[in-house]
Write a protein that binds this ligand. Structure first.
Ligand code: AKG
Length: 262
C-alpha cells in the first residue's frame, strides 16, 4: 500500500529526503499516495469543531449558488483562507507542498480550495477523474501530472463513514475497467493525493455523521479546472484583500495566477 508516515519527520531538507522521493515514485506509478500524520490528530479535531461552527449553514442537502452537488447527498463548497481551516499548515502543509512541488514543479499554484461534504446517507459516487487526459494522443497518459487533488478528511475516512475509492494506475491506462479499486482508511491527520487523471469515487456514508474532507487543487501554473467550476457563482478561491500580500515569500507563488496577487 503506498502510504508514508511523517510522524516526527523534520521539515528541514525534506525535498532531498528518501521518504518524499519514495512518495513521489508511488504517486507517479499508481496515480495516488497517502501521507500519514501530516497534521496532529488533535488539531484535526479542532478543525472539525471550527468547520461545524463556521460552515453550518452550508451543510444541507441542497445545492446553493456557491456549492456544487457532486453526487447524491454529496456537495463541494468553498472554504475561506482564514482561521485554522484556511491556515498555511493546511493549504501549504510542508510535507504536502514539498511533494506537490516535486510533482508539479516549483511554480505549482492552488487552483481551488474547499471541502467536499458527504452527508449521512450519501450514496456511492459515480466513478470519475477530476480532469481529462489532456490531448487525444497516446502519449498523454504517459506525461507527468498537470494537476492533483489533496484531500484531508475531518473525520476518519473508513468503511462506515465512507472513503475515496481509487483505481490505482488508471491515470496511465485511461480507464478504470478491468481493475478493482482500493478503499483506503484515512485516519485523522492523514491525507491522500491523487493525480487529476486517476479514476476515483467517494463511497457511501453509512454513518450518522457528515464526512467533511478539506480539498485543494494544486496545478501547473497554466492549468485551470474546466470541469468543476462552470457555475460562475461558485468561487475557486475565497480570501480577504490583504491575504496574498501577507503570505511568506515562499508561499506567494501558489497564488501567482490570481490577478490581485500581481
Ligand atoms: O467524497 C469523496 O470521497 C470524493 C469526492 C470526489 O472525488 C469529487 O467530488 O470529485
Amino acid at each position: 500500500m503506498n502510504r508514508f508516515d511523517f510522524t516526527g519527520v523534520s521539515t528541514e531538507g525534506l525535498a532531498q529526503s528518501a521518504l518524499i522521493s519514495a512518495a513521489f515514485d508511488d504517486f507517479t506509478r499508481h496515480g495516488y499516495v497517502i501521507l500519514d500524520n501530516v497534521v496532529p490528530a488533535e488539531d484535526i479535531r479542532s478543525l472539525h469543531a471550527e468547520f461545524f461552527r463556521d460552515y453550518k449553514d452550508q451543510i444541507r442537502d441542497q445545492e446553493a449558488a456557491d456549492s456544487l452537488e457532486v453526487g447524491a447527498r454529496r456537495f463541494m463548497i468553498p472554504l475561506h483562507f482564514s482561521g485554522g481551516l484556511g491556515a498555511p499548515r493546511i493549504f501549504a502543509n510542508p510535507y504536502v507542498l514539498t511533494l506537490v512541488r516535486m510533482i508539479l514543479d516549483t511554480e505549482a499554484i492552488i487552483d481551488a480550495f474547499g471541502a467536499i461534504l458527504s452527508l449521512s446517507g450519501a450514496e456511492d459516487q459515480h466513478i470519475h477523474h477530476d480532469g481529462p487526459i489532456l490531448f487525444s494522443s497516446e502519449i498523454s497518459r504517459l506525461l507527468p501530472a498537470y494537476a492533483l487533488t489533496f484531500g484531508l478528511p475531518l473525520i476518519e475516512m473508513n468503511d462506515l463513514a465512507g472513503t475515496t475509492a481509487i483505481w490505482p494506475g488508471s491515470h496511465r491506462r485511461g480507464s478504470h475497467e478491468g481493475h478493482g479499486p482500493v478503499r483506503p482508511v484515512i485516519p485523522l491527520g492523514s491525507c491522500m493525493l491523487w493525480d487529476y487523471r486517476t479514476y476515483h469515487s467517494g463511497t457511501s456514508n453509512r454513518s450518522d455523521e457528515v464526512r467533511p474532507m478539506v480539498y485543494a487543487t494544486y496545478a501547473r501554473r497554466w492549468y485551470q479546472d474546466p470541469v468543476n467550476f462552470r457555475k460562475e457563482t461558485l468561487p475557486r478561491l475565497v480570501f480577504e484583500p490583504g491575504f496574498i500580500p501577507g503570505l511568506p515569500d515562499d508561499l506567494r507563488p501558489l497564488f501567482a495566477h490570481v490577478r490581485s496577487a500581481g
